[in-house]
Design a protein around this ligand. Sequence first.
Ligand SMILES: Nc1ncnc2c1ncn2[C@@H]1O[C@H](COP(=O)(O)OP(=O)(O)OP(=O)(O)O)[C@@H](O)[C@H]1O
Ligand code: SF4
Ligand SMILES: [Mg+2]
Length: 411
Amino acid sequence: MTESAAQDGTATQGAAAQDAAAQGEAPLLEARELTKHFIVHRKSRAVRAQARGARRAPSDHHAGEEHPAEPELAPAPKRHHKRALVHAVEQVSVSLPAGGITAVVGESGSGKSTLARMLARLIVPTSGEILLDGRPVPASARHRRDYARDVQLVLQDPFSSLNPIHDIRYHLSRPLLVHHMARRGPELEQAMGSLLQRVALTPPDQFLYKYPHELSGGQRQRVAIARALAVRPRVLLADEPVSMLDVSIRLGVLNLLAGLRADDQLSILYITHDIASARYLADSIMVMYAGQVAETGPAATVTDEPAHPYTTLLLSAAPDPDRAEPPSVAGRGAPPSLVTPPSGCRFHPRCPHAMAVCAQRTPPAFEVAAGHQSACWLHAAGLSSAESQPLAGRADGLVPSPPAPAPGKEP
Ligand SMILES: Nc1ncnc2c1ncn2[C@@H]1O[C@H](COP(=O)(O)OP(=O)(O)OP(=O)(O)O)[C@@H](O)[C@H]1O
Ligand code: SF4
Ligand SMILES: [Mg+2]
């Protein structure tokens, strides 16, 4: 498929998915207010101090001296590990229409993979609900198996997701046989051939007996996608499927995903750091920051008229052929700790528009236009003058211009 054909297909299918949503059809896959808190065990201050002492001890001895024995640690206090919560994902809702592509964009640690892993039911949400075809998925083994077939996850690193000791034939035949998609013999051969053809690895015979290390990064990712397609899924959760590939072959894999949605009505969640590729591929974009949703809306609107300062920051860091230096969000502040996230709006320590209210209260999602929402106090009407005071010591000069407030609403 050519680039323009892929874009045409993307536009038509995207419009169809949006029509379905407008007609009130239930999304194929929906997450409602998903939250995930990981429990981690951190060493207490006493244990950390002890370990520091132990590390310092060897440097006290001098060359030529006999190496001192390992310092003995005093018995560890009984409660030597503290429990801490990582607030990885908080109250995130997303819906995937049949034949639609939704992109989730955000910096490292914003909770994108955790969201995908919850949607794939690899980890259990702390709270929230996942609906397939508008219904919760029962806990029985049969329903879980059916769900696992319908909703497939494709990972970032095709090298680690393929087993290096097995050839491509093994990787494709296994899901086909385990899920009774084909019987051994000519049917299996034909099914493997057509999978390889769908991901443009042709002629199939040239790839079936190769091992993952004999393929390029792009070819390995195509095999990983073919393996996911073997069970005829309805939803593909693609977690940064192109971020480890050379720039020159990324477009080919993105066009492959666009073609799969056009041909098979596949619903795709496309996870990426790169908002430019999200705009290219997706119908709608959800921007995540520090585990929360910052902005959602149609891809063109979110990228042309961003309504959240964090989206503006991502856009200012997106690759631009007219810019001499490759930009980066690094050096424009860093995402916060999710063990002790900032109060109020989690972006406020980095936001050049932060106001007093931003450090106190979490902004709700404001509707800035039909289907376009931003969780930012700049869109609130009726803030008091004390609440809208610039926040003392706010990070100035990181973002070029403030997002436009919603029509009729004063910041
Ligand atoms: N099993 C886990 N236990 C504890 N913390 C975790 C676990 N998995 C993820 N986290 C934390 O949750 C937060 C979100 O991680 P996640 O992998 O979802 O981010 P991401 O947006 O996918 O980042 P990246 O772009 O680097 O892949 C991070 O702070 C991460 O350290
Ligand atoms: S203006 Fe306030 S609410 Fe909006 S992004 Fe900045 S800190 Fe957050
Ligand atoms: Mg990730």
